[in-house]
Design a protein around this ligand. Structure first.
Ligand code: HEC
Ligand code: HEC
Ligand code: HEC
Ligand code: HEC
Ligand code: HEC
Length: 184
């Protein structure tokens, strides 16, 4: 009788240790490790899409002749309006003094960039009229850039679209989900 009781309570203590360890692992896995894994990087200057709502998207983002997206606009796209500052914003001072006057391209950090082993093209998606916001954050109401988090191990952005999200939509819309469609 005594023996049984002892081992039973031993199990109970072990259970507590197991449960405690389990909770610790969850905290580590979900909160501590991701925070250690990602470091926040500052953008070179703040860019407000709201301040530019009088321009159309394709004045700054357009397709190249080969079907690739021209991507983040280059300084050429800014100079026509920002030769000299028209606001008292710090972001515009940086734009004019650090980049336009020095003829230096702005090293934007691209939230959406995929790892090198992924092939992506905007062209087939544009052909199916898929909205930008299906894959990107809605920038149209954005006055301040969100924080940019970089994976310390891989150097990739945290907010790239994940494989499961590409595949989910491909399955729904009947697009090809063979590995080599996205990994060449
Ligand atoms: C005056 C030029 C300009 C106009 C007009 C403009 N953009 Fe941008 N866009 C930028 C710049 C500069 C960035 C880089 C900073 C950033 O990531 O927000 C950017 C970034 C983006 C990104 C994020 C890319 C990434 O992952 O980092 C998306 C999506 C985007 N723009 C969509 C749009 C849409 C949709 C419109 C029209 C409603 C639009 N833009 C109008 C200049 C412009
Ligand atoms: C089907 C998903 C999808 C749609 C729809 C989409 N994008 Fe993207 N976009 C991406 C991915 C993925 C990347 C990263 C590509 C890479 O890593 O080369 C990207 C990159 C970008 C970039 C970064 C610049 C660069 O180097 O390519 C801009 C700007 C951008 N997209 C704007 C837009 C705009 C504007 C629209 C709507 C007209 C749009 N995207 C629609 C998935 C999408
Ligand atoms: C067609 C003209 C035009 C072009 C092209 C243009 N801008 Fe602007 N930009 C404006 C106007 C107008 C304002 C002031 C809006 C306001 O009064 O709030 C502004 C404001 C700004 C500001 C400061 C205001 C804020 O709220 O952040 C920054 C920074 C800026 N633009 C960056 C850029 C960059 C970077 C590019 C090139 C990718 C660019 N602009 C291209 C017209 C333009
Ligand atoms: C919102 C839906 C949606 C999302 C999200 C999406 N796609 Fe697609 N994708 C499509 C559709 C629709 C097609 C066009 C299929 C066709 O033309 O028959 C396509 C086509 C493609 C093609 C060309 C396929 C071919 O057969 O040549 C590639 C490559 C691709 N997608 C990669 C990606 C990657 C990588 C991602 C994630 C970063 C992604 N897609 C996210 C809907 C989506
Ligand atoms: C529709 C596009 C698409 C298809 C189809 C696809 N992948 Fe991916 N894959 C991605 C994207 C985007 C990433 C990078 C983002 C991420 O890590 O989720 C990725 C990342 C990966 C990685 C890196 C590890 C990881 O998960 O981060 C491996 C391995 C991989 N894919 C294997 C495969 C295999 C095997 C197949 C076929 C069964 C496949 N993929 C099909 C889009 C795709």
């Amino acid at each position: 009788m005594k023996e049984e009781k002892k081992s039973a309570s031993g199990k109970g203590v072990g259970g507590i240790f197991f449960f405690g360890g389990f909770i610790l692992a969850l905290i580590f896995g979900w909160i501590v490790f991701p925070n250690l894994l990602f470091s926040e990087k500052a953008q070179p200057l703040n860019f407000s899409h709201v301040a530019h709502q009088d321009s159309t998207c394709d004045q700054c983002h357009s397709f190249n002749p080969d079907g690739t997206y021209s991507g983040i606009p280059r300084l050429d796209n800014c100079v026509e309006c920002h030769e000299s500052p028209m606001t008292s914003e710090e972001s515009e001072r940086i734009l004019v003094e650090e980049y336009i006057q020095k003829q230096q391209e702005i090293p934007w950090k691209v939230y959406a960039w995929q790892p090198d082993n992924v092939f992506f093209s905007h062209a087939p998606h544009q052909a199916k009229n898929i909205e930008c916001t299906q894959c990107h954050r809605d920038v149209s109401k954005e006055a301040k850039l969100p924080p940019y988090s970089e994976n310390r191990l891989t150097g990739y952005s945290k907010s790239t679209m994940k494989m499961i999200d590409c595949e989910k939509c491909h399955a729904q819309m009947g697009a090809n989900n063979n590995c080599q469609v996205c990994h060449k």
